[in-house]
Design a protein around this ligand. Structure first.
Ligand SMILES: NC(=O)c1ccc[n+]([C@@H]2O[C@H](COP(=O)([O-])OP(=O)(O)OC[C@H]3O[C@@H](n4cnc5c(N)ncnc54)[C@H](OP(=O)(O)O)[C@@H]3O)[C@@H](O)[C@H]2O)c1
Length: 281
């Protein structure tokens, strides 16, 4: 990989522009190294102004022609069209990174018709504030140097972990969809505070900081959450009465089942994508 690789980010929407923002902020790349693409001219102009990079509309092929690293951040449904559009420009020595949920590496390889390093990264929405969690998988052609390189890109928007591709379904179910579960928890805590007479503003501030602080304590101490939970419990106290209530409604079991159901759903989505995508020579 060259010392200052050139990047093409195809489909710089929410996630694509968050990745670009992270790369620029962390100094992984300077604006001159990045070309992004979107569909509409208005969005291209807006993004170019925001990020101070070159943004093309309808220019996927020209962005890829000059790139060493191609990041695909379009929606899964648009992937076949975009991959077929750019396949001719994917010369040796390039890396392809797809962010498209549930879109398997084998299909990307089939649609490009190239033997090249292909990565799939599954970030989650907090990456827009630099607090994402990204699961990454790759094909057998990726070298350990390229893995480190890709890991560095996603470290700019949060934490990363490498997994086997099949486990990306579980990553999608846990951290990909996870923010939605936690938003429900925050929403419910706010409602609990409101019901007990706290103002909306105070309930919100306390609920968001409680979730943030609890997660930070798990992360910083490295202790199992069950140990930290026990530390908050006083025999016969307030917390244990609330925990009894949560246990009687099956909070933990519900979350385990949610992750299980979402994992299976992600597998189904992949099967449907594979079924309906035709690979032409
Ligand atoms: N959102 C998440 O939490 C999340 C998490 C992990 C992975 N992902 C994956 O990330 C990808 C992007 O999701 P997103 O939420 O960022 O979607 P998004 O905000 O809708 O961004 C998609 C972008 O693609 C552009 N686009 C559409 N057709 C194009 C084409 N033919 N060539 C180039 N650009 C094109 C759109 O341009 P215009 O704006 O001009 O229409 C838009 O900016 C998806 O594959 C999704 O599965 C999302």
């Amino acid at each position: 990989m060259s010392v200052s690789p050139r990047y093409a980010v195809l489909g710089a929407g929410n996630i694509g522009s968050a990745v670009i923002g992270g790369m620029l902020k962390s100094g992984i790349a300077v604006p001159e190294q990045i070309t992004a693409t979107v569909r509409s001219r208005e969005h291209a102009d807006e993004l170019a102004g925001q990020l101070n990079i070159r943004v093309l509309h309808g220019g996927n092929l020209s962005a890829v022609e000059t790139a060493d690293v191609v990041i695909l951040a379009v929606k899964p449904a648009v992937m076949p069209k975009v991959l077929q559009e750019i396949r001719w420009a994917l010369r040796d020595g390039r890396i392809l990174i797809s962010l498209a949920a549930a879109f398997p590496i084998a299909l990307i390889e089939g649609l490009t018709g190239r033997r090249m390093p292909v990565f799939r990264a599954m970030p989650n929405i907090p990456c827009v504030v630099g607090a994402g969690a990204t699961g990454i998988a790759c094909n057998a052609l990726a070298t350990s140097e390229q893995k480190q390189f890709v890991e560095q890109i996603f470290s700019a928007i949060g934490v990363t972990c490498f997994v086997e591709e099949d486990l990306l379904h579980a990553v999608t179910a846990l951290s990909g969809s996870g923010p939605a579960y936690i938003y429900m928890v925050i929403e419910a805590l706010i409602a609990g505070g409101l019901k007990q007479g706290l103002s909306h503003e105070i309930s919100t501030r306390l609920a968001e900081q409680t979730v943030l602080g609890a997660a930070k304590l798990v992360k910083d101490t490295g202790l199992h959450p069950a140990i930290l939970r026990d530390q908050v419990i006083t025999p016969g106290g307030v917390t244990i009465s609330a925990i009894h209530e949560l246990e009687s409604h099956g909070l933990r079991s519900m979350l385990i089942s949610a992750v299980e159901t979402a994992t299976e759903h992600s597998r189904t989505v992949t099967s449907k994508i594979v079924e309906r995508t035709q690979i032409s020579e």
